[in-house]
Design a protein around this ligand. Structure first.
Ligand SMILES: *Cc1c(COP(=O)(O)O)cnc(C)c1O
Length: 305
């Protein structure tokens, strides 16, 4: 049993669990598009999906620099916060989470689990949080800083290794959900010649994204294709239609998704296929980037999985 237990060993983070699931629903058959899903969600229930890939070189670097403590930022339901907490436990590092917003009367499921894994939680107001300044009391500590969402070069370098888990040459398109853009930058770096990387932004009007991704690509020329039309109202916002879609998708494919990232991604791919965005004969790989724990913020019974 992994769920609910705070104690993990290295072996329990298991990239060998990653599978590639082919999906052949009537829509894809009709449009003559082949679709497969790279199941990064199966690596670990807490250090799930792209977070393990994004964290790996930061943690390696922290150890190299002999740091004992990781400090990072995130919201109350952040996949990054929980993944960092669990990964630090596994790597026997201390960790501090600077959390957006005043401390609530009741901690979210995510924060409870993070705390159980040993993360020290520190809450800052929504006004102060966006500057990602380090609270006074940590100034003396010798911590290793990881930015919110793991944004940065080392995160992208880690994400570039995601495509080692498939035969990337087989695909014409690789589709992913985009938050900070770190994973997408990594996928662009790790891509084969034949791969067009398509990102679905889950934030509303995040126009800095293209620039932020280019920053992570350094000298590599790139013109990232990001589609901004599937945010459903903004980050962590949703509409009944999205939930219905996620339930339907699960019934048809047995693949669970989350309402912040992968639900919007799968919805977008279906909609793009429906609207002939992909030529017949295209072979798509959708990256399932994990993050299912965030669904715990929904009322019980909202999702059928
Ligand atoms: C964090 C996260 C993303 C976004 O990754 P970025 O590198 O920040 O763009 C996508 N999907 C899931 C499930 C995530 O948890």
């Amino acid at each position: 049993m992994l769920c609910g237990s705070a104690y993990f060993t290295m072996e329990e983070i298991n990239p060998a669990n990653i599978s590639i699931d082919k999906i052949s629903v009537p829509l894809f058959v009709k449009k003559e598009v082949e679709v497969a899903v790279l199941r990064l969600d199966k690596i670990h229930p807490q250090v799930s999906g792209n977070k393990w890939f994004k964290l790996r070189y930061y943690l390696e670097d922290a150890k190299k620099e002999n740091k004992k403590t990781i400090l990072t930022f995130g919201g109350a339901w952040s996949n990054h916060i929980l993944a960092t907490a669990a990964a630090c436990r596994i790597h026997q590092l201390e960790c501090i989470g600077i959390i957006r917003g005043e401390k609530p009367a009741e901690l979210s499921d995510t924060l409870l689990q993070a705390r159980e894994s040993g993360m020290k939680l520190f809450f800052v107001s929504r006004e102060d949080y966006p500057h990602q300044t380090i609270p006074q009391q940590f100034h003396q500590e010798d911590y290793y800083l990881i930015r919110e969402g793991g944004y940065g070069m080392k995160g992208a370098t880690g994400a570039a290794t995601i495509l080692d888990h498939c035969n990337k040459e087989e695909y014409t398109h690789i589709c992913c959900a985009v938050g900070t853009g770190t994973m997408m930058a990594g996928l662009i770096r790790g891509a084969a010649q034949s791969n067009a990387i398509i990102g679905i932004s889950v934030l509303k009007n995040n126009l800095d994204l293209e620039g932020n991704i280019k920053l992570l690509l350094g000298d590599q020329p790139a013109d990232p294709t990001i589609i901004h039309d599937y945010h459903f109202g903004g980050y962590a916002k949703y509409k009944p239609g999205l939930i219905e879609f996620m339930n339907e998708y699960y019934s048809q494919t047995n693949i669970p998704s989350d309402f912040v990232y992968t639900g919007k991604l799968f919805f977008a791919v279906n909609d793009l296929v429906e609207n002939n965005y992909f030529q017949p004969g295209s072979r798509l790989l959708i990256v399932h980037s994990g993050g299912l724990q965030g669904n715990n913020s929904l009322k019980k019974g909202t999702l059928i999985f």
